[in-house]
Design a protein around this ligand. Structure first.
Ligand SMILES: Nc1nc2c(c(=O)[nH]1)N[C@H]1C(S)=C(S)[C@@H](COP(=O)(O)O)O[C@H]1N2
Ligand SMILES: [Mo]
Length: 246
């Protein structure tokens, strides 16, 4: 969130865009100095490492509207998790809270979806395969209580959060994804497990997923507390019909 590249432009409640610099102005300069360098380094590494295969310049991910994915993280560094130490906890308003290892998740029925990825900042990657366990299946296995209305997601970066209404969470095109682009999800894309909310802007697809908590009200996620829509249907929210601002 401390650089122009890792964050998202924000909107006021009235819908008018607020530049990232304005937001940075609310942070202490000390924090800015400490955090900016690793974040930028991370992005550079990610762009050069992950995307150089598709783009010989290695710079596509830095360009507005360029092809391919961009690396996003609201934190400067994220721990690596693998089949040995990854855990996903499901709790809250459920009959049987439980913890899944990566092997547990792999043993459940897998669903593959191929759709377009759309970030609210404008970049888009068509026809991207995601594969994993339907969130609805995990909710059924846990046994959702009658009072439940929403689902909250936490991440092992220690900062990012997301939310869905229970109805949204039960859609067949919402996955706890183990694979992306027909391979295991790499660290930079939120591996080993990320959420994939196909019908919504990509900010809903929380990377480095570590917790699923069933709740009685929607608790807004990281960007949603900063003005993004909780209901992030592609094409219907977040000022996508507004004039471009840059
Ligand atoms: N944990 C976490 N998940 C996240 C984000 C983030 O900063 N942290 N950014 C979101 C946004 S805005 C986008 S566009 C996508 C980017 O995914 P990618 O890095 O695989 O391209 O992740 C989403 N999930
Ligand atoms: Mo995004």
């Amino acid at each position: 969130m401390n650089s122009e590249l890792s964050g998202e432009p924000r909107h006021t409640e009235e819908g008018s865009p607020v530049g990232r610099r304005v937001f940075l102005g609310t942070l202490g300069l000390g924090a800015l100095g400490v955090v900016t360098a690793p974040v930028l380094q991370r992005i550079t590494e990610s762009v050069l490492g992950t995307f150089s295969g598709k783009d010989p310049t290695g710079l596509t991910g830095l360009l507005p509207n360029g092809g391919g994915f961009r690396y996003y993280s609201v934190t400067g560094s994220v721990p690596d998790k693998n089949a040995g130490n990854y855990r996903l906890r499901i709790g809250g308003l459920v009959d049987e809270p439980r913890t899944y290892s990566l092997a547990d998740l792999r043993a459940l029925p897998q669903t593959r979806l191929v759709k377009d990825v759309q970030c609210v900042t404008g970049w888009r990657v068509p026809d991207t395969p995601f594969e994993g366990v339907r969130l609805s299946h995990l909710l059924d296995l846990a046994g959702v209580k009658d009072t439940a209305r929403a689902v909250h997601f936490t991440c092992f970066d220690g900062a990012y959060t997301e939310s869905l209404t229970l109805d949204q969470a039960r859609r067949a095109d919402v996955l706890v994804a183990l694979r992306m682009q027909d391979k295991p999800i790499g660290h930079d894309h939120g591996g080993p497990v990320r959420l994939y909310v196909a019908p919504m802007y990509f900010y809903k697809s929380a990377k480095w997923l570590s917790g699923i908590t069933v709740t009685d009200t929607v608790e807004p996620g990281y960007w949603e507390k900063l003005g993004y829509d909780v209901d992030a249907w592609v094409g219907k929210s977040n000022g996508r019909d507004d004039e471009p601002t840059s």
